[in-house]
Every structure is written in structure tokens, then in C-alpha cells.
Design a protein around this ligand. Structure first.
Ligand code: ATP
Ligand code: MG
Length: 140
């Protein structure tokens, strides 16, 4: 399996509880390298673009409001099989269904306020990384 890059967000519920370092420790322990990272306040437009695939879902408005409610930390993670590996490390979307040892099991508050995002496929990873980082901000 080749080295891949994936896009990660430490979401507002986690930054608000000072969990950036705790989550980064889990990421690094899993063998993923943080090759770009910045703390930002997402605009409504950025959040709507980012989650456009969920526009028709009943929770879309709530999701966008949540993502702009506090700072987030956007990241690029690199490693062998990074996309699937990070999805494993994150755990299930609903923390009550997340496996022991995952970020969402340890830290997520609810299915909406679930602490982290990770890309779900190589094509989405490329698009998501490009939405928030220029090439020279990613240092492998
Ligand atoms: P993400 O895309 O954030 O990595 P995911 O891929 O596990 O999470 P998706 O199905 O893509 O889950 O949903 C995107 C996000 O929308 C979820 O992480 C969660 O914050 C929110 N969400 C999903 N389902 C619900 C729901 N039923 N109620 C409220 N929010 C939800
Ligand atoms: Mg998703």
C-alpha cells in the first residue's frame, strides 16, 4: 500500500475542550505524520462548500452552524494507507458505536459533535486538502 495523504479536521467541540494535543497524540501514535496544520475559524461559506455533499440532509444547517461555532484545526496527515487508517483511528460517526481506542470513542460528545473529520476516499482527500492548504504549506 502506497503512502497517502488525507485531510483531517479537529472540530469545534474538541478545540473548545482543549483536546487538540490529546487528539494529535492518538494520530501520531497510529503512525500518521502531521505534515500540515493550522488553527482557523471557518467561514459559513467554507463550511457550506466543505459539506456540500450533505446539503439535502436534515442536519445540514445544524452541521454548518456547529463547524463555525468555534475554531477548528485543519490538518494534512501522511502515511501508509492514510485515508483508511485515519477512518479507523477516528471511529464510527456515532460515538456510541465507535470502537475502544478510537478518537470518537474517547472524546466525541454526540453524532453531530464528533470531534474529528477525515476524508473518505483519495478523490475527496485531494479536493479537501486543496480547499484549505496551498502546496507550499504542506511539508512532508
Ligand atoms: P466526517 O465527514 O465529518 O468525517 P463521517 O464521514 O463519519 O464524518 P458523514 O456521514 O460524512 O460522517 O457526516 C458528516 C458529519 O455530519 C458527521 O461527522 C457529523 O458531524 C454530521 N452528522 C452526520 N449524521 C448526523 C446526524 N444524524 N445528526 C447530526 N449530525 C450528523
Ligand atoms: Mg464524511
Amino acid at each position: 500500500m502506497a503512502v497517502q495523504r488525507t485531510f483531517s479536521i479537529i472540530k469545534p467541540d474538541a478545540t473548545a475542550r482543549n483536546l487538540t494535543g490529546a487528539i494529535n497524540a492518538i494520530i501520531e501514535k497510529a503512525g500518521l505524520r502531521i505534515v500540515a496544520q493550522k488553527r482557523i475559524r471557518m467561514t459559513r461559506e467554507q463550511a457550506e462548500t466543505f459539506y456540500a455533499v450533505h446539503k439535502a440532509r436534515p442536519f445540514f444547517g445544524e452541521l454548518v452552524d456547529f463547524m463555525i461555532s468555534a475554531p477548528v484545526v485543519v490538518q494534512v496527515l501522511e502515511g501508509e494507507n492514510a485515508i483508511a487508517k485515519y477512518r479507523d483511528v477516528m471511529g464510527a460517526t456515532d460515538p456510541s458505536k465507535a470502537a475502544e481506542g478510537t478518537i470518537r470513542k474517547a472524546h466525541a460528545k454526540s453524532i453531530g459533535e464528533n470531534s474529528v473529520h477525515g476524508s473518505d476516499a483519495p478523490e475527496t482527500a485531494v479536493i479537501e486538502i486543496a480547499q484549505f492548504f496551498s502546496g507550499n504549506e504542506i511539508v512532508g
